[in-house]
Design a protein around this ligand. Structure first.
Ligand code: AMP
Ligand code: GLY
Length: 404
C-alpha cells in the first residue's frame, strides 16, 4: 500500500518508520528529520490509506473531508474526535456508558467552580474543556493554586477559548497506564500498554507536559488487565458512540489510573499517544498498515502481535518547555546516537538549519529510544543514546522508567 501519515512530530516519525517495514510511506507535513516528508495538503495526496496523527485536524474534521472524497482513513470523524475536543462531553459519554471515571463537574463561572473546589479533597484537578496540547491540566495540593487556576482558565488568560469551560475532577492517586485500542467502529483490539511520564521534572514534579518519556511493556498491565480495560472501558464507550450514531474508526486511547479502588479512566484521546507510540509500535511483529487499513474499512480481522522485547523512549526538550521553548539551536550528535546498538531516534520539533544541520524548532525536540530484552536494559540503551546528543539548554528527565 501507499500510506499517507498526517502530522509532524515524533509520533508520526514512529508511525512512518513502522509502516515502512511493509509499505510505501509519505508524511505530510512531516519535518526535516522524517524521511518521506512532503509539504502538500493531505487532501491533495494520493494514497491507499490515510493515518491522521494529531487530535487537532481530527477535531477539525479532516477525516470526514478525506472520507467524503472516497479515501480510506484511519482516524475518527469530528463527531467521535469530540471525545478529546471536549472533556465535558467525554465525561457525559463515559458516564452514560458506565465507565469508571473520576467524579466531576463542569463550569463556565468562577464562583460556583470555586465553591465546588472547596467541597473536594486534595489533590485538586482543574482541566480546560478544550484542546491545550496536553498542558491544560492542573493537579495541585494547594486549594489557593487551584482557585487561581480556575480564574486564569475561565478568563481565557491561560488557554484562550479552550479554558472558558473548565472541568473540575475528583483527584485520583495511583500509577498510570496508557492503553491504545485500535477500533473499527464496532470492535476494538488493544496495542501493548505503555506508561508515560507527564511532568516536566524528575520525581514527577513541575507542570504537566505532552509527555517526557515512556516505556513498554508495563508490569501493572500483566495478566488480564488489558482485556479488562477493553471490556470495561473501551467497548462500552464504542457501543455508546454507536448508539449516538458515531462510527468510530481510529485509536481510542484510554488514560487510566490504578487507584486503591481499582482502575479509573482519566481521559480518552482520539489518536495515538505521543510518546507512547514511540515505544509501542516498534514492538509490533505483525503488519501495522494492514491492521489500520482493516480498522479503517470497518473490519479488523486479526489482533496485532507484539514481541517480548522492551522499548524505552526519553524525550529531549528545549529550554523553557512547556511554557515557552527556545528554538533555533543546532542539534549535535544525532548520527552518533543512531550508530549505537539498539538506539533509534525519532524527530519531533526539529527544523532545517544551516549546512543541512537540524535545529530545535519546538518544545519536545527528539525521542531517543532504546531497545532491550527487558525495561532495565532498554533504559540503559536509551540513555546511552541521550548522552551522544547535545544542544544549548537541552532538557531531559534522567528518571524515565527508572522505577519500572
Ligand atoms: P489528562 O490530559 O486528562 O490525561 O491529564 C494529564 C495528567 O494529569 C494525567 O496523566 C494525570 O497525571 C493527571 N490527572 C488528570 N486527571 C487527574 C485526576 N482526576 N486525578 C489525579 N491526576 C489527574
Ligand atoms: N502522552 C500523552 C498523550 O499523548 O496525550
Amino acid at each position: 500500500m501507499r500510506i499517507c501519515v498526517v502530522g509532524s512530530g515524533g509520533r508520526e516519525h514512529a508511525l512512518a518508520d513502522v509502516l515502512a517495514r511493509h509499505h510505501q510511506v509519505v508524511v505530510t507535513p512531516g519535518n526535516p528529520g522524517i524521511p518521506g516528508s512532503v509539504p502538500d495538503d493531505p487532501e491533495a495526496i494520493d494514497a491507499d490509506l490515510f493515518v491522521v496523527g494529531p487530535e487537532a485536524p481530527l477535531v477539525d474534521g479532516l477525516a470526514d473531508r478525506l472520507r467524503a472524497a472516497g479515501r480510506l482513513v484511519f482516524g475518527p470523524g469530528a463527531d467521535g474526535a469530540r471525545l478529546e475536543g471536549s472533556k465535558a462531553w467525554m465525561k457525559e459519554v463515559v458516564s452514560a456508558a458506565g465507565v469508571p471515571t473520576a467524579a466531576y463537574e463542569s463550569f463556565t463561572e468562577v464562583e460556583p467552580a470555586v465553591a465546588f473546589l472547596a467541597t473536594l479533597r486534595p489533590p485538586y484537578v482543574v482541566k480546560t474543556d478544550g484542546l491545550a496540547a496536553g498542558k491544560g491540566v492542573l493537579v495541585t495540593e494547594s486549594l489557593d493554586e487551584a482557585r487561581a487556576g480556575v480564574a486564569d482558565y475561565l478568563s481565557g488568560a491561560a488557554f484562550g477559548d479552550a479554558g472558558r469551560t473548565v472541568v473540575i475532577e475528583e483527584g485520583l492517586v495511583g500509577p498510570e497506564l496508557s492503553v491504545l485500542a485500535v477500533c473499527d467502529g464496532t470492535r476494538a483490539v488493544a496495542l501493548a500498554p505503555a506508561q508515560d511520564f507527564k511532568r516536566i521534572g524528575e520525581g514527577d514534579t513541575g507542570p504537566n507536559t505532552g509527555g517526557m518519556g515512556a516505556y513498554s511493556p508495563v508490569a501493572i498491565a500483566a495478566g488480564d488487565v488489558v482485556d479488562d480495560v477493553l471490556a470495561r472501558f473501551v467497548q462500552p464507550t464504542l457501543d455508546e458512540l454507536r448508539r449516538r450514531g458515531i462510527d468510530y474508526r481510529g485509536v481510542l486511547y484510554a488514560g487510566l489510573m490504578f487507584t486503591a479502588d481499582g482502575p479509573r479512566l482519566i481521559e480518552f484521546n482520539v489518536r495515538f499517544g505521543d510518546p507512547e507510540t514511540q515505544v509501542v509500535l516498534p514492538r509490533l511483529r505483525s503488519d501495522l498498515g494492514e491492521l489500520l487499513a482493516q480498522a479503517a474499512a470497518g473490519r479488523i480481522e486479526q489482533p496485532p502481535e507484539f514481541s517480548d522485547a522492551a522499548q524505552v523512549t526519553v524525550v529531549l526538550a528545549a529550554e523553557g518547555y512547556p511554557s515557552s521553548p527556545r528554538t533555533g539551536d543546532v542539534i549535535a550528535g544525532l548520527d552518533d546516537a543512531r550508530s549505537l546498538d539498539g538506539v533509534s531516534v525519532y524527530c519531533a520539533g526539529v527544523g532545517a538549519g544551516p549546512d543541512g544541520a537540524l535545529v530545535t524548532a519546538g518544545g519536545r525536540v527528539l525521542n531517543v529510544c532504546g531497545r532491550g530484552p527487558d525495561v532495565a536494559a532498554a533504559r540503559e540503551v536509551a540513555y546511552r543514546g541521550v548522552e551522544a546528543i547535545s544542544w544549548p539548554g537541552l532538557v531531559v528527565r534522567r528518571d524515565i522508567a527508572a522505577s519500572a
